[in-house]
Every structure is written in structure tokens, then in C-alpha cells.
Design a protein. Structure first.
Length: 262
């Protein structure tokens, strides 16, 4: 496996103290109000290292590793000002909350070459039969008042509504508690999974705001302006699941699931 670009010594003898230190140094910079708890956890971890030289050199290397990673990510674009411009006509009201993840597709990936590396193809043309089929399927089955959606379909939709990044992190954490796993193995697993999850979000939001495609609620309530005679407007349509504040097309849950499965 290719190491992440830190340029630091990877002597296995230093890994035991390095692992908690590199994590805790970074965590303390993000959550300074929890520093006391991190210090307690660090002390407990270092007590397990009997070799004083390894403890000293590993501790120094852990701090350096944390500093290097923080520096590498300092200008990754995650804190850029969102410049999303809502589409409107002069004087016409549009919803004022800005959508989420606008800048995330431009963030420097951890592993991918760019946010566009795995960009999916564009949505179908609004005048196409493919668009009409998708439109009418969502309109019929995806509406809150649908009379054709089965109980199993509703349960499935509710299940996937709840499976965001938090759920997958719990799955990953449970794997670290398997018998026989070392601290180094768990640190590697958590690091790789976190980088993969971060890159999947970058890929998702690259696709979302490259195409900036409307949500079903907008599309179905404006079915008379898409230029397709097979998409009838339904003025009062609302979806079963509350609408996320982001453009349509790419679903983070699918990206997260497929990323971790791979």
C-alpha cells in the first residue's frame, strides 16, 4: 500500500506511541474543549509502551505526523466561501438558505486525482422519453400521498434515509473491536475508511453542482415548463422523504456504501 504523503520515517518500532499521538494532536486542534480528555487517553495509551526510547521517539514522530497532515490540508479548499448563485428573475423571491456542500466538490481529495475523476454522466435531456419515465415513476411512487407504493418500498426508503455517514462510521468502529486486531491495524483501517468517505463526498458534490439538476419537488411542480408533453404538472406534490438542501442526481448514501464495499 502506498503511504500517505507525509515524508516521515515509518519505522514500525515507533508506531505504537505514534498512532494515538498523531490522532490526539489533530483531535485537540479541532476540539480544544476536550483537550483534558484527550490527554487522559494519551497517558493511558503511552503507559502500554515499556520501551522508553520507543516512547520518546514515537511520541515525537506522532506530533510531527499530526502537524504534517494539518499543514497538507491547510489549503484544501474546505473552508472556501460558497459562491452559489440561486437562479431567479429580478424581484422574484427564491428560498434564501444556501444549499449544502457547494464548495465540497472543489476540495482537494485525499486519494482521488480530482473531484471529477468518477463523475457520473449527465441527467437525461428533459425532452427525452427517459426523463419522462423517471419523472412519472418518482411522481407516482415517491410522493408522500402515493397510493401505489408498497409497504416494503416505504420501509426501504425509510431505511436508506437513516444510513448516512454516521451509520457507516459505527460499522467501521465495530470492526476495530474484533478479537486479535492491533492498534496499528485499527488506526490504518480508520484512516483509510475516513479518507475514502471524505473522497466520496467530494465526488458526490462535484457531480451535484456540475449539473445543478433540480429536485423532484421542483420538477414535478413545474412539469409544464420542461418541454416534455409526457410530464404532467402536479401542483401539490411532496416527496415521502424530506428534501436535502442540495442539488439532485448524485446520492451521498450510494457513494458512501459503494466506497466502503470496495
Amino acid at each position: 500500500m502506498t503511504p500517505y504523503d507525509t515524508g516521515l520515517d515509518r519505522n514500525p518500532a515507533n508506531f505504537q506511541p505514534l498512532t494515538p499521538l498523531s490522532f490526539l494532536e489533530r483531535a485537540a486542534s479541532i476540539f480544544p474543549d476536550q483537550t483534558a480528555g484527550f490527554d487522559t487517553a494519551l497517558a493511558a495509551s503511552l503507559e502500554q509502551v515499556s520501551d522508553a526510547n520507543a516512547r520518546t521517539s514515537g511520541s515525537a514522530l506522532g506530533r510531527r505526523a499530526a502537524a504534517v497532515v494539518v499543514a497538507l490540508r491547510a489549503s484544501d479548499g474546505a473552508n472556501a466561501v460558497p459562491l452559489y448563485r440561486p437562479v431567479t428573475s429580478p424581484g422574484v423571491y427564491v428560498a434564501t438558505p444556501l444549499p449544502v456542500g457547494v464548495v465540497w466538490g472543489k476540495v482537494k481529495p485525499w486519494v482521488m486525482q480530482s473531484g471529477s475523476q468518477f463523475r457520473p454522466p449527465p441527467p437525461p435531456a428533459l425532452s427525452s422519453a427517459e426523463w419522462a419515465r423517471a419523472y412519472n415513476e418518482v411522481k407516482e411512487i415517491g410522493g408522500k400521498a402515493s397510493t401505489t407504493r408498497t409497504a416494503a418500498q416505504t420501509e426501504t426508503a425509510r431505511f436508506w434515509e437513516m444510513t448516512g455517514a454516521g451509520a457507516y462510521k459505527e460499522v467501521i468502529a465495530s470492526a476495530t473491536r474484533a478479537p486479535g486486531r492491533s492498534l496499528l491495524q485499527n488506526a490504518r483501517l480508520l484512516a483509510l475508511a475516513s479518507m475514502a468517505l471524505a473522497d466520496s463526498y467530494i465526488a458526490v458534490f462535484d457531480a451535484k453542482y456540475t449539473y445543478n439538476f433540480w429536485r423532484p419537488l421542483t420538477a414535478i411542480r413545474n412539469g409544464d415548463i420542461d418541454g416534455n408533453d409526457a410530464t404532467a404538472l402536479e401542483a401539490g406534490w411532496v416527496p415521502l422523504i424530506d428534501i436535502p438542501m442540495s442539488a439532485a442526481l448524485a446520492d451521498p448514501k450510494n457513494f458512501l456504501r459503494d466506497t466502503l464495499n470496495d
